[in-house]
Design a binder for this molecule. Structure first.
Ligand code: ATP
Ligand code: MG
Length: 452
């Protein structure tokens, strides 16, 4: 190994520790990345200094996890997670380590870590590398292997099986067979893990370059059935027409496609979940063909349940659910401008791009064929054309207001709302009518209907 590149900021931080007679090591993902020639995104450090002491060493320190020995230091625009050497303690409740005990040496700290590739430490500023479990070699061979016995490691913390498959998708490494074989026996422990911790792993799976790697390993080990049974039961559900895959493979292909296109998380999740309503809505029609009527609605409901279960934020959930619920639009040239306008209103102007991305992923995943360059282009042109005609999309865009209606004698109250909505429908059908005189005239006519 040549000397790995150590960022100047880390060298400065190391000097601060050395000034206090303390050791500090780079640990976790950042060490992995040193040997994969990647630039680390964030830095985890381990030290023999106690958290209280670290807090006196830097000006901007936040006691983010002081109960388990972690503080976050903000230094020159970077944030560093600094944890005092620890020994393992069990996660009896699946949520928090029972108690924290500090360790005397880095080797002991490394022995509590999950995988050999994560049980490496690089002494700052210039080494040596501490590698008691052959992590360096496993990184070279691209292998994810538990430190010691998989059964024991997974029993201590039921999140670790999910971390293993997450790393497989993130790094493109193989899970070593004994480690993989230890997962099914730990499902009962995983079942008790806090949903927020699961969510953080799901997020990393979804953000990876090829999420299907993790989901297929989850299927193989029972994690999928445990955590996402709605997706698990899509296996073997065959589809008609041009579909080449069952619903599970179709969903995974769609999700991978969105990941390859670097789509936002909402689009990736919508691609993954857009068809999970198919198993519960499947019926055979008279001619012996499977149908999935209203599966979009069912998929949206199930998606909301899943994301709530894992405590995703409300607004984020609704964004994903919306994309799933709307994924079945069928544009044809014969659509009137009013129909295009209604589509824009229903989907929301700012969500259209995302929805089209979901559709592109869905189409790709039908047979694994990249849609052509002109895919959806006629529809996009129609949408742009309608948007360019001007705004007739919401009550705010109307040429008359509630105040104008009052002036012609409409009383405030529910039927004013009804009139305004009718006026909006009118201008959606024909934007030419969106001028004050015409609308007031129409409003008077409607108002007469309501006045005995
Ligand atoms: P990334 O930051 O890319 O997610 P990472 O390996 O840095 O990967 P973190 O979750 O930041 O992962 O954890 C930092 C380190 O702490 C890990 O490399 C591992 O050594 C240890 N660690 C984290 N979570 C666990 C766990 N549940 N069990 C055992 N060790 C863990
Ligand atoms: Mg990290």
């Amino acid at each position: 190994m040549g000397n790995p590149f150590i960022h100047p900021i880390l060298k400065e931080v190391a000097a601060v520790f050395r000034g206090r007679g303390k050791k500090v090591y780079l640990v976790g993902g950042a060490v992995r990345d040193l040997f994969r020639h990647h630039r680390a995104q964030d830095w985890d450090l381990a030290t023999d200094a106690l958290p209280e002491e670290v807090m006196t060493m830097f000006r901007r320190v936040i006691p983010t996890g002081i109960s388990h020995g972690t503080v976050t230091v903000h230094y020159k625009g970077r944030s560093l997670e600094i944890t005092t050497f620890r020994t393992e303690s069990a996660y009896t409740d699946g949520r928090h380590p029972d108690q924290v005990r500090y360790a005397a040496a880095i080797e002991e700290d490394l022995s509590r870590r999950d995988f050999t590739m994560n049980a490496l430490a690089f002494a700052l500023p210039q080494g040596p590398l501490v590698d008691p479990f052959g992590g360096r070699e496993d990184i070279k061979n691209r292998i994810i292997r538990c430190v010691g016995s998989g059964e024991e490691r997974f029993r201590e913390d039921g999140l670790r099986p999910l971390r293993a498959v997450r790393f497989a998708a993130q790094l493109g490494f193989e899970v070593e067979p004994l480690t993989l074989a230890a997962i099914p026996g730990a499902l009962g422990i995983t079942a008790r893990v806090a949903p927020e911790r699961i969510r953080d792993e799901l997020d990393k799976i979804i953000a990876s370059g090829e999420p299907s790697i993790a989901f297929l390993l989850m299927e193989k080990t029972g994690l999928l059935e445990l955590l996402l049974p709605e997706l698990g039961c899509c296996r073997g559900i065959l589809q008609k027409g041009f579909h080449r895959f069952d619903v599970l493979d179709h969903s995974l292909l769609a999700c991978d496609y969105s990941a390859r296109k670097k789509a936002p998380a909402q689009v990736r999740l919508a691609s993954l979940f857009h068809d999970i309503g198919k198993p519960p809505t499947r019926k055979m029609d008279e001619s012996g063909i499977w149908t999935f009527y209203h599966h979009d609605r069912e998929s949206a409901l199930l998606t909301r349940n899943i994301l709530r279960r894992f405590r995703y934020p409300h607004a984020f959930i609704e964004e994903v659910v919306h994309l799933v619920a709307e994924h079945m639009f069928f544009y044809e040239e014969s659509w009137s401008d009013a129909a295009v306008r209604r589509f824009i209103i229903r989907v929301g102007e700012d969500k259209i791009r995302d929805l089209l991305e979901v559709r592109r992923a869905d189409t790709y995943a039908t047979a694994g064929i990249e849609p052509g360059g002109d895919f959806l282009v006629p529809f996009i042109n129609r949408i742009d054309g309608v948007l360019a005609q001007g705004r007739a999309f919401t009550l705010k865009d109307l040429a008359v207001s509630g105040k104008d209606l009052q002036d012609i004698g409409v009383k405030p109250g529910p039927h004013m709302g009804i009139i305004l909505r009718e006026l909006l429908e009118t201008v959606i059908d024909d934007p030419e009518l969106n001028n004050r005189e015409r609308l007031l005239e129409i409003a008077k006519n409607i108002n007469r209907r309501y006045t005995p």
